[in-house]
Ligand binder design. Structure first.
Ligand code: GLN
Ligand code: ZN
Length: 768
């Protein structure tokens, strides 16, 4: 029985890679410095796995930005517009790579970034490959080979990990009509074969090809492509051992397809889909080994060894030890680094800490499971089993978890609690009377730049170098400057800037009961951006108001409307590590009631516009369509529950990023927010069509510029986008705003962009 890891987190236990990338981008360090950091991290992560005793350690799971973009560069699928970057001598391969990820505004070039979207149902974002009809591929980057040889020099014969060719194609976007991206398999395959040839030549024995699309609904063409691609691969490389990795859901109706692929090992996710084991065992042919994804790669709870051993014994009984591999459910990219770094007992109590395992601990769990399953575990290992049983037992019965008041309130909620007093057309009039907003009102999504200073105040405050009063004063001054600046440039609906917030979910988690948080539990969200999800371990409620202080303060500074800023229940759920001892829907309802209390308190404090951000609604969708409506029903209801406790005159906004809306537009409408702001600029307003076709009745603010890139949009560009929007959505329904919050931007570009945005709105309004 062999152990393996599908992928290790790469950002560094102290976010070293994030810092190194950002310094390189800002020109503060050289390429050599960045490459050095990358190399050190890879080595460090390989060593952790080696020392733990893992049999097959992955390589090429490292990435400077995103593993999908890595493959795009590897196979040379470089969109035309980056040509000029390549032709410029001083630009390295990595500069091209970062330009594709982040856009490029230098040397009188102005090139937009590639699109980004969520990686399946996670909060990780990948860069979407762009495909043309006559798409050519060639081996452009040899990163994967280099990382393999680098590990070999360090004495580790790794298992290179690649996104499988079919999944890679399915992740991409057809940039013109008249072809199906799967048709490109024929052109793409030779590049994969070339990579495999070089890897084999360098001494690779195991290759992991990630094919998570095997757990999704597939059409006939995709199924045929799978069969064809994998028979070609195996035919040409009979001596390589191929592990095809599936995760995030069960194989279900694709089981016979997956089982028939002529590969050597099939990896299945037994955390998301434990029920599939029996059927898989009775389906796979003798030629196929099975990798059991036992340890949750996406959550932080300790593995239940007893339960995992039942799975292992079942598999061994059916297949024999030789044919069984054990592993985490998916790449550990989605788990934080190391629980041992959590030393602050005030934030993470020892009782809760003993229920948890991060990436490093999960690696150890895999090895312990292997030893436990292998017949005669030594004293040490048996000791670990005893400790594990104790921790699992303690969590099941802990008094920290249950709050009868919360349970009673949840039981007492009615359907009416999730209904506004009147329908939108009635509310709209009342709101217009009170708010008196112009045509094409301008606003922002909430946060303003979290500058180095702002962050340094927070860290000084945490370290005790600033007292509460000093910290509060600094934040107030920053808020005041921001309010004043928004007034000056003529924004209609102002925000306070969210300077007091470290993160849009953690900030709320810190103030809600049932949540705890970590000091170092970072996970990568996109590129160098990391998040530190709170841990929801128990029943949730709101002991005191969370945001009223800041919204009230901001409103006291201006005659204009301040928009109160909250994170919605689904997003809080989605971006936290959620307890797995009760249904997610129930935990979500508890959060919704807490947010409802906050919305009502804001209203009482005189805040007339309240935004409840729900950027994560869509990413919570189950991967299989058959399960969508069930999820959407409770998710939409949770939002409504949080939003419906107010008067008609109070305008509720919501915000979503990156979402595609076509298939859930009815549910979005059911949320019944008075105004929704959405991501739109990267897709040139394409996303708006869903709203137009649906005749979406409420108001919409399609993002008019991309805040994920430092690029400053021109006024003309935004006018063009708005005209496009206005050609499909009536002007009376339109708002003008950026794509998302501005916290990751600098003031310099923010100022220029927002001034141009206000001008764009004015120019358009003037034509009425
Ligand atoms: N209000 C949040 C902000 O502006 C929204 C961010 C988001 O949707 N991701 O930062
Ligand atoms: Zn957003």
């Amino acid at each position: 029985m062999q152990t393996h890891i599908l992928g290790y987190p790469r950002i560094g236990s102290h976010r070293e890679l994030k810092k190194a990338c950002e310094q390189y981008w800002s020109g503060k360090t050289t390429l050599t410095d960045l490459l050095e950091t990358g190399k050190n991290l890879r080595l460090q992560h390989w060593k952790i796995q080696q020392e733990a005793g893992i049999d097959l350690i992955p390589s090429n799971d490292f990435s400077y930005y995103d593993q999908v973009l890595d493959i795009t560069l590897t196979v040379g699928a470089i969109p035309e517009r980056y040509q000029e970057i390549t032709s410029k001598e001083s630009n390295t391969e990595l500069d091209l790579y970062f330009a594709m990820a982040r856009g490029y505004q230098k040397d009188s070039l102005d090139i937009t970034a590639m699109e980004m979207t969520k990686w399946f149902d996670t909060n990780y974002h990948y860069i979407v490959p762009e495909f043309r009809k006559d798409q050519k591929f060639n081996l452009f980057s040899t990163k994967i080979i280099e990382e393999f040889t680098e590990a070999k020099q360090a004495g580790i014969n790794t298992k290179p990990v690649l996104i499988g060719p079919v999944t890679y194609l399915l992740l991409g976007k057809e940039k013109e009509s008249g072809f199906d991206k799967l048709d490109l398999a024929e052109n793409l395959l030779p590049v994969y074969l070339e990579i495999l040839k070089q890897l084999e030549h360098q001494g690779a024995e195991y290759i992991q090809l990630d094919e998570p699309f095997l757990t999704l609904d597939l059409n006939e063409k995709a199924k045929e492509t799978y069969q064809w691609v994998y028979s070609e691969i195996k035919r040409q490389f009979p001596n390589l051992t191929f592990i095809v990795a599936t995760y995030f859901d069960g194989l279900k109706d694709n089981l016979s397809l997956a089982a028939a692929l002529p590969v050597d090992v099939l990896h299945i996710d037994l955390v998301r889909a434990p029920e599939q084991l029996e059927e898989v065992l009775s389906t796979i042919p003798w030629s196929l080994s099975l990798s059991l994804g036992l340890v949750d790669g996406r959550n932080i709870w300790k593995n239940n060894f007893d339960q995992s051993l039942v799975f292992i014994h079942k598999a061994v009984a059916a297949l024999g030890t030789e044919r069984v591999f054990i592993a985490p459910s998916c790449s550990l990219l989605h788990a934080p680094f190391d629980l041992d770094l959590e030393k602050n007992e005030d934030t993470l109590s020892p009782e809760i800490k003993q229920w948890l395992a991060f990436a490093k601990q999960k690696v150890q769990e895999i090895v312990i499971l292997q030893k436990l399953a292998s017949g005669n575990p030594d004293y040490n290992v048996l000791q670990k089993l005893a400790e594990n049983k104790k921790a699992i037992q303690n969590r099941a019965t802990s008094t920290l978890i249950h709050n009868q008041e919360v349970k009673k309130r949840v039981d007492a909620t009615t359907e009416e609690d999730a209904q506004r007093n009147n329908p939108f057309n009635v509310r709209k009039e009342v709101q217009q009377e009170v708010l008196k907003l112009p045509l094409f009102p301008t606003t922002t999504i909430g946060s303003f730049p979290q500058t180095i200073e702002v962050r340094s105040w927070r860290s000084k405050f945490k370290k005790g170098e600033l007292n509460a009063q000093q910290y509060d004063q600094l934040l107030k001054e920053e808020t005041q400057r921001t309010i004043q600046w928004q007034e000056e440039i003529g924004i209609d609906v102002l925000v306070h800037g969210e300077f007091e917030r470290n993160d849009m979910v953690e900030y709320f988690g810190e103030q809600l009961s049932g949540f705890t948080f970590t000091q170092n539990g970072w996970v990568q969200s996109y590129g160098s951006r990391c998040v530190k999800p709170p841990v929801i371990y128990g029943d949730v409620h709101r002991p005191h108001p969370m945001t009223v202080y800041w919204s009230e303060y901001a409103q006291s500074l201006t005659q204009k409307w301040i928009k109160g800023m909250l994170t919605g229940p689904v997003t809080i759920l989605q971006w936290s590590f959620v307890r797995d001892d009760q249904p997610r829907s129930l935990t979500c309802k508890q959060i919704a009631l807490a947010i409802r209390d906050e919305v009502q308190d804001l209203e009482k404090a005189g805040i007339r516009i309240i935004q409840i951000d729900e950027p994560a609604i869509r990413e919570g969708l189950p991967l299989r369509k058959a399960e969508w409506q069930n999820y959407l029903k409770w998710a939409v209801e949770a939002f409504r529950l949080s939003a419906s406790g107010v008067e008609d005159a109070t305008q509720i906004h919501t915000h979503m990023c990156y979402s595609e809306f076509n298939d859930i537009i009815q549910n979005i409408a059911d949320m019944d927010a008075d105004v929704i702001t959405i991501e739109c600029s990267r897709s040139q307003m394409e996303l708006l069509n869903a709203f137009a076709d649906f005749k979406y009745p409420n108001e919409i603010g399609p993002g008019v510029y991309d805040i994920h890139s430092p690029r400053v949009p021109s006024k003309e560009e935004m006018v063009e986008l708005l005209k496009k929007a206005q050609s499909v959505i009536p002007a009376q329904q339109l708002w003008v705003n950026p794509d998302c919050g501005l916290k990751t931007r600098h003031w310099e570009e923010t100022e220029k962009a927002l001034i141009a945005m206000v001008e764009a709105s004015r120019e358009l309004a003037a034509s009425y």
